[in-house]
Design a protein around this ligand. Structure first.
Ligand code: F6P
Length: 327
Protein backbone atom coordinates (compact mmCIF):
# COMPACT_ATOMS: atom_id res chain seq x y z
CA UNK A 1 0.00 0.00 0.00
CA UNK A 2 1.10 3.50 -0.86
CA UNK A 3 0.83 5.85 2.12
CA UNK A 4 1.72 8.97 0.18
CA UNK A 5 -1.88 9.87 -0.44
CA UNK A 6 -2.86 12.99 1.48
CA UNK A 7 -5.87 14.20 -0.48
CA UNK A 8 -8.33 12.31 -2.67
CA UNK A 9 -10.94 14.14 -4.76
CA UNK A 10 -14.40 12.61 -5.17
CA UNK A 11 -17.13 13.58 -7.61
CA UNK A 12 -20.32 12.34 -9.22
CA UNK A 13 -20.94 12.90 -12.90
CA UNK A 14 -23.70 12.26 -15.45
CA UNK A 15 -27.19 11.22 -14.35
CA UNK A 16 -27.54 10.76 -10.59
CA UNK A 17 -28.49 7.34 -9.21
CA UNK A 18 -29.76 6.11 -5.83
CA UNK A 19 -26.82 4.81 -3.81
CA UNK A 20 -24.31 7.47 -4.89
CA UNK A 21 -24.51 8.94 -1.39
CA UNK A 22 -23.78 5.55 0.18
CA UNK A 23 -20.70 5.33 -2.04
CA UNK A 24 -19.53 8.85 -1.10
CA UNK A 25 -20.00 8.02 2.57
CA UNK A 26 -17.92 4.84 2.25
CA UNK A 27 -15.14 6.70 0.42
CA UNK A 28 -15.03 9.44 3.07
CA UNK A 29 -14.93 6.95 5.95
CA UNK A 30 -12.23 4.84 4.28
CA UNK A 31 -10.13 7.94 3.59
CA UNK A 32 -10.46 8.99 7.23
CA UNK A 33 -9.27 5.55 8.39
CA UNK A 34 -6.13 6.05 6.27
CA UNK A 35 -5.65 9.66 7.45
CA UNK A 36 -6.39 10.96 3.95
CA UNK A 37 -8.39 14.15 3.41
CA UNK A 38 -11.47 13.42 1.28
CA UNK A 39 -12.16 16.40 -0.94
CA UNK A 40 -15.67 16.72 -2.39
CA UNK A 41 -15.79 18.10 -5.93
CA UNK A 42 -19.19 19.62 -6.70
CA UNK A 43 -21.15 19.18 -9.96
CA UNK A 44 -18.83 16.61 -11.52
CA UNK A 45 -16.36 17.67 -14.17
CA UNK A 46 -17.83 21.19 -14.05
CA UNK A 47 -16.68 21.59 -10.44
CA UNK A 48 -13.33 20.04 -11.31
CA UNK A 49 -12.78 22.75 -13.92
CA UNK A 50 -13.99 25.55 -11.61
CA UNK A 51 -12.18 24.32 -8.49
CA UNK A 52 -15.47 23.90 -6.61
CA UNK A 53 -13.87 21.77 -3.87
CA UNK A 54 -14.70 21.28 -0.19
CA UNK A 55 -13.20 18.94 2.38
CA UNK A 56 -15.80 16.36 3.37
CA UNK A 57 -16.19 15.91 7.10
CA UNK A 58 -18.44 13.77 9.27
CA UNK A 59 -21.17 16.40 9.28
CA UNK A 60 -21.45 16.14 5.48
CA UNK A 61 -22.01 12.40 5.44
CA UNK A 62 -24.26 12.08 8.47
CA UNK A 63 -27.59 10.45 7.57
CA UNK A 64 -26.94 10.24 3.84
CA UNK A 65 -26.77 6.44 3.49
CA UNK A 66 -30.47 6.15 2.73
CA UNK A 67 -30.83 9.35 0.69
CA UNK A 68 -31.37 9.30 -3.06
CA UNK A 69 -29.57 11.76 -5.36
CA UNK A 70 -26.06 12.95 -4.54
CA UNK A 71 -24.90 15.45 -1.93
CA UNK A 72 -22.08 16.40 -4.30
CA UNK A 73 -24.54 17.33 -7.07
CA UNK A 74 -23.84 16.21 -10.60
CA UNK A 75 -23.71 17.54 -14.13
CA UNK A 76 -23.08 16.59 -17.74
CA UNK A 77 -20.10 18.78 -18.64
CA UNK A 78 -19.62 20.04 -22.19
CA UNK A 79 -16.52 22.00 -21.17
CA UNK A 80 -14.70 18.84 -20.07
CA UNK A 81 -15.07 17.52 -23.62
CA UNK A 82 -12.67 20.25 -24.78
CA UNK A 83 -8.85 20.15 -24.32
CA UNK A 84 -9.05 23.62 -22.68
CA UNK A 85 -11.58 22.39 -20.13
CA UNK A 86 -9.46 19.35 -19.27
CA UNK A 87 -6.34 21.50 -18.90
CA UNK A 88 -8.18 23.77 -16.45
CA UNK A 89 -9.28 20.68 -14.50
CA UNK A 90 -5.69 19.46 -14.35
CA UNK A 91 -4.51 22.84 -13.10
CA UNK A 92 -7.15 22.78 -10.34
CA UNK A 93 -6.06 19.29 -9.28
CA UNK A 94 -2.45 20.46 -9.06
CA UNK A 95 -3.36 23.73 -7.31
CA UNK A 96 -5.36 21.87 -4.65
CA UNK A 97 -2.71 19.11 -4.40
CA UNK A 98 -5.07 16.20 -4.98
CA UNK A 99 -3.11 12.93 -5.14
CA UNK A 100 -5.88 10.89 -6.75
CA UNK A 101 -9.46 11.05 -7.97
CA UNK A 102 -12.49 8.81 -7.52
CA UNK A 103 -15.28 9.44 -10.05
CA UNK A 104 -18.76 8.00 -9.58
CA UNK A 105 -20.80 7.80 -12.76
CA UNK A 106 -21.67 6.00 -15.97
CA UNK A 107 -20.21 5.66 -19.44
CA UNK A 108 -19.85 9.42 -20.05
CA UNK A 109 -17.90 9.68 -16.81
CA UNK A 110 -15.62 6.79 -17.78
CA UNK A 111 -15.07 8.24 -21.28
CA UNK A 112 -14.10 11.60 -19.75
CA UNK A 113 -11.74 9.89 -17.31
CA UNK A 114 -10.18 7.86 -20.11
CA UNK A 115 -9.40 10.91 -22.25
CA UNK A 116 -8.10 12.84 -19.24
CA UNK A 117 -5.88 9.95 -18.10
CA UNK A 118 -4.23 9.80 -21.54
CA UNK A 119 -3.44 13.53 -21.44
CA UNK A 120 -2.40 13.77 -17.77
CA UNK A 121 -1.04 10.41 -16.75
CA UNK A 122 0.40 11.63 -13.43
CA UNK A 123 -3.08 11.80 -11.81
CA UNK A 124 -4.39 8.36 -10.80
CA UNK A 125 -8.13 8.04 -11.38
CA UNK A 126 -10.45 5.17 -10.56
CA UNK A 127 -14.22 5.12 -11.01
CA UNK A 128 -17.22 3.52 -9.33
CA UNK A 129 -20.03 2.56 -11.71
CA UNK A 130 -22.98 4.83 -10.90
CA UNK A 131 -25.87 4.77 -13.34
CA UNK A 132 -29.41 3.42 -13.29
CA UNK A 133 -28.82 2.00 -16.79
CA UNK A 134 -26.40 -0.80 -15.75
CA UNK A 135 -24.75 -0.49 -19.14
CA UNK A 136 -21.08 -0.71 -18.23
CA UNK A 137 -19.01 -3.70 -19.27
CA UNK A 138 -16.95 -5.53 -16.63
CA UNK A 139 -19.54 -5.38 -13.88
CA UNK A 140 -22.82 -7.20 -13.29
CA UNK A 141 -24.06 -4.24 -11.37
CA UNK A 142 -24.06 -0.45 -11.31
CA UNK A 143 -25.08 1.77 -8.38
CA UNK A 144 -28.76 2.70 -8.65
CA UNK A 145 -29.91 -0.01 -11.04
CA UNK A 146 -31.58 -2.10 -8.34
CA UNK A 147 -33.55 0.85 -6.96
CA UNK A 148 -34.51 2.00 -10.46
CA UNK A 149 -35.83 -1.39 -11.57
CA UNK A 150 -37.85 -1.75 -8.38
CA UNK A 151 -39.34 1.75 -8.76
CA UNK A 152 -40.12 1.04 -12.41
CA UNK A 153 -41.58 -2.39 -11.68
CA UNK A 154 -43.91 -0.93 -9.06
CA UNK A 155 -45.05 1.80 -11.46
CA UNK A 156 -45.78 -0.75 -14.20
CA UNK A 157 -47.65 -2.98 -11.73
CA UNK A 158 -49.86 -0.01 -10.90
CA UNK A 159 -50.50 0.72 -14.56
CA UNK A 160 -51.35 -2.96 -15.10
CA UNK A 161 -54.10 -2.66 -12.45
CA UNK A 162 -55.89 0.08 -14.31
CA UNK A 163 -55.06 -1.37 -17.74
CA UNK A 164 -56.64 -4.63 -16.67
CA UNK A 165 -59.79 -2.97 -15.32
CA UNK A 166 -60.33 -1.16 -18.63
CA UNK A 167 -58.95 -3.85 -20.98
CA UNK A 168 -56.56 -1.27 -22.35
CA UNK A 169 -53.32 -1.37 -24.29
CA UNK A 170 -50.52 0.64 -22.65
CA UNK A 171 -47.20 1.68 -24.11
CA UNK A 172 -44.94 2.43 -21.14
CA UNK A 173 -41.71 4.28 -21.78
CA UNK A 174 -38.86 3.57 -19.39
CA UNK A 175 -35.37 5.09 -19.21
CA UNK A 176 -32.47 3.87 -21.31
CA UNK A 177 -31.32 6.09 -24.15
CA UNK A 178 -28.77 3.54 -25.33
CA UNK A 179 -29.45 0.64 -22.99
CA UNK A 180 -32.36 -1.74 -22.58
CA UNK A 181 -31.67 -3.50 -19.29
CA UNK A 182 -34.24 -1.48 -17.29
CA UNK A 183 -36.87 -2.33 -19.93
CA UNK A 184 -35.89 -6.02 -20.02
CA UNK A 185 -35.80 -6.53 -16.27
CA UNK A 186 -39.02 -4.67 -15.56
CA UNK A 187 -40.84 -6.02 -18.60
CA UNK A 188 -40.09 -9.59 -17.54
CA UNK A 189 -40.90 -8.84 -13.89
CA UNK A 190 -44.32 -7.39 -14.75
CA UNK A 191 -45.34 -9.92 -17.38
CA UNK A 192 -45.27 -7.43 -20.25
CA UNK A 193 -46.55 -8.70 -23.58
CA UNK A 194 -43.69 -7.03 -25.49
CA UNK A 195 -40.39 -5.30 -24.66
CA UNK A 196 -38.61 -2.98 -27.08
CA UNK A 197 -34.93 -2.18 -26.51
CA UNK A 198 -32.23 -0.24 -28.36
CA UNK A 199 -29.96 -3.29 -28.66
CA UNK A 200 -32.31 -5.07 -31.08
CA UNK A 201 -34.18 -3.88 -34.17
CA UNK A 202 -37.90 -3.43 -33.63
CA UNK A 203 -40.25 -4.90 -36.21
CA UNK A 204 -43.57 -3.05 -35.97
CA UNK A 205 -45.43 -5.75 -37.93
CA UNK A 206 -44.32 -8.41 -35.45
CA UNK A 207 -45.35 -6.17 -32.56
CA UNK A 208 -48.75 -5.65 -34.16
CA UNK A 209 -49.16 -9.44 -34.45
CA UNK A 210 -48.45 -9.88 -30.71
CA UNK A 211 -50.97 -7.20 -29.77
CA UNK A 212 -53.58 -8.50 -32.23
CA UNK A 213 -53.18 -12.03 -30.91
CA UNK A 214 -53.69 -10.78 -27.37
CA UNK A 215 -56.84 -8.95 -28.47
CA UNK A 216 -58.28 -11.89 -30.40
CA UNK A 217 -57.56 -14.55 -27.78
CA UNK A 218 -57.97 -12.73 -24.47
CA UNK A 219 -59.41 -9.24 -25.05
CA UNK A 220 -57.75 -8.05 -21.89
CA UNK A 221 -54.95 -5.66 -20.97
CA UNK A 222 -51.74 -5.53 -22.96
CA UNK A 223 -48.50 -3.89 -21.83
CA UNK A 224 -45.66 -2.91 -24.14
CA UNK A 225 -42.52 -1.68 -22.36
CA UNK A 226 -40.49 0.67 -24.57
CA UNK A 227 -36.94 1.74 -23.71
CA UNK A 228 -36.73 5.44 -24.60
CA UNK A 229 -33.88 4.83 -27.05
CA UNK A 230 -35.60 2.14 -29.11
CA UNK A 231 -34.97 2.43 -32.86
CA UNK A 232 -38.73 2.59 -33.55
CA UNK A 233 -39.00 5.69 -31.33
CA UNK A 234 -40.32 6.50 -27.88
CA UNK A 235 -43.61 5.16 -26.55
CA UNK A 236 -45.76 7.83 -28.26
CA UNK A 237 -44.18 7.15 -31.63
CA UNK A 238 -44.44 3.39 -31.31
CA UNK A 239 -48.09 3.69 -30.23
CA UNK A 240 -48.83 5.78 -33.31
CA UNK A 241 -47.14 3.30 -35.63
CA UNK A 242 -49.06 0.40 -34.10
CA UNK A 243 -52.40 2.23 -34.22
CA UNK A 244 -51.98 2.85 -37.94
CA UNK A 245 -52.06 -0.92 -38.42
CA UNK A 246 -54.27 -2.16 -35.60
CA UNK A 247 -56.62 0.07 -33.69
CA UNK A 248 -59.05 -2.15 -31.77
CA UNK A 249 -57.60 -1.49 -28.33
CA UNK A 250 -58.41 1.56 -26.24
CA UNK A 251 -54.81 2.76 -26.03
CA UNK A 252 -52.85 4.91 -23.58
CA UNK A 253 -49.21 5.97 -23.34
CA UNK A 254 -47.31 6.52 -20.12
CA UNK A 255 -43.79 7.95 -19.88
CA UNK A 256 -42.32 7.14 -16.48
CA UNK A 257 -39.41 9.59 -16.78
CA UNK A 258 -37.17 10.78 -13.96
CA UNK A 259 -39.19 9.16 -11.21
CA UNK A 260 -36.97 6.17 -12.07
CA UNK A 261 -33.82 8.00 -10.96
CA UNK A 262 -34.98 9.12 -7.52
CA UNK A 263 -35.93 7.61 -4.21
CA UNK A 264 -34.30 5.96 -1.27
CA UNK A 265 -31.81 3.28 -2.38
CA UNK A 266 -32.63 -0.39 -1.89
CA UNK A 267 -30.61 -2.54 0.50
CA UNK A 268 -28.65 -3.99 -2.45
CA UNK A 269 -27.75 -0.53 -3.73
CA UNK A 270 -26.63 0.64 -0.28
CA UNK A 271 -24.47 -2.43 0.30
CA UNK A 272 -22.89 -2.58 -3.15
CA UNK A 273 -22.27 1.16 -3.25
CA UNK A 274 -20.54 0.93 0.14
CA UNK A 275 -18.44 -2.01 -1.03
CA UNK A 276 -17.38 -0.16 -4.17
CA UNK A 277 -16.58 3.02 -2.23
CA UNK A 278 -14.30 1.23 0.24
CA UNK A 279 -12.51 -0.66 -2.55
CA UNK A 280 -12.08 2.45 -4.67
CA UNK A 281 -9.90 4.03 -1.98
CA UNK A 282 -8.02 0.76 -1.50
CA UNK A 283 -7.48 0.52 -5.26
CA UNK A 284 -5.80 3.95 -5.35
CA UNK A 285 -3.63 3.03 -2.36
CA UNK A 286 -2.60 -0.18 -4.11
CA UNK A 287 -1.44 1.83 -7.11
CA UNK A 288 -4.34 0.99 -9.44
CA UNK A 289 -5.37 3.63 -11.96
CA UNK A 290 -7.55 4.16 -15.03
CA UNK A 291 -9.95 1.41 -14.02
CA UNK A 292 -13.67 1.17 -13.37
CA UNK A 293 -14.45 -0.90 -10.32
CA UNK A 294 -17.34 -3.31 -10.50
CA UNK A 295 -18.86 -6.44 -9.03
CA UNK A 296 -18.56 -9.63 -11.05
CA UNK A 297 -19.83 -12.88 -9.56
CA UNK A 298 -19.72 -11.34 -6.08
CA UNK A 299 -16.08 -10.29 -6.42
CA UNK A 300 -14.73 -6.78 -6.88
CA UNK A 301 -13.55 -6.33 -10.47
CA UNK A 302 -11.29 -3.75 -12.12
CA UNK A 303 -11.92 -3.00 -15.79
CA UNK A 304 -9.75 -0.56 -17.78
CA UNK A 305 -11.83 2.47 -18.80
CA UNK A 306 -11.52 1.67 -22.51
CA UNK A 307 -13.23 -1.71 -22.09
CA UNK A 308 -15.84 -0.50 -19.59
CA UNK A 309 -17.29 1.87 -22.19
CA UNK A 310 -16.80 -0.16 -25.38
CA UNK A 311 -17.84 -3.75 -24.84
CA UNK A 312 -21.44 -4.90 -24.59
CA UNK A 313 -22.77 -6.92 -21.68
CA UNK A 314 -23.89 -10.47 -22.37
CA UNK A 315 -26.87 -10.26 -19.98
CA UNK A 316 -29.16 -9.08 -22.80
CA UNK A 317 -28.96 -12.27 -24.76
CA UNK A 318 -29.96 -14.51 -21.88
CA UNK A 319 -32.80 -12.23 -20.79
CA UNK A 320 -34.14 -11.89 -24.31
CA UNK A 321 -34.08 -15.68 -24.75
CA UNK A 322 -35.88 -16.10 -21.44
CA UNK A 323 -38.53 -13.58 -22.46
CA UNK A 324 -39.34 -15.55 -25.64
CA UNK A 325 -40.68 -18.36 -23.40
CA UNK A 326 -42.71 -16.03 -21.21
CA UNK A 327 -44.58 -14.04 -23.85
O1 F6P B 1 -28.44 8.42 -16.23
C1 F6P B 1 -28.92 7.61 -17.22
C2 F6P B 1 -30.21 8.17 -17.73
O2 F6P B 1 -31.17 8.19 -16.71
C3 F6P B 1 -30.73 7.44 -18.95
O3 F6P B 1 -31.44 6.29 -18.64
C4 F6P B 1 -31.55 8.51 -19.60
O4 F6P B 1 -31.61 8.26 -20.97
C5 F6P B 1 -30.78 9.76 -19.31
O5 F6P B 1 -30.02 9.50 -18.17
C6 F6P B 1 -31.62 10.99 -19.09
O6 F6P B 1 -30.78 12.06 -18.86
P1 F6P B 1 -31.25 13.50 -18.42
O7 F6P B 1 -31.54 13.46 -16.96
O8 F6P B 1 -30.10 14.37 -18.74
O9 F6P B 1 -32.49 13.83 -19.18
Amino acid sequence: MNNNFRKIGIFCSGGDSPGMNACIRAIVKTCQKHLIQPIGIYRGYEGLIDGDFKELKNEHIRNILGQGGTILKTARSKRFMTPEGRLKAYEQIKKHQLDGIIAIGGDGTAKGALTFSKEFSDIPIVACPGTIDNDLFGTDYTIGFDTAINTTMQAIDKIRDTAHSHDRLFFIEVMGRDAGLIALYTGIATGAEAILIPETLTNIDELVQIIKHRWETQKTSCIVVVAEGDDAGGAFEVAKKVQQKFNEYDTRVSVLGHIQRGGTPTCTDRINASLLGVHAVKALLEGKKNVMLGILENEISYTPFEYAVKEQKSQYVQLLETFQFLM
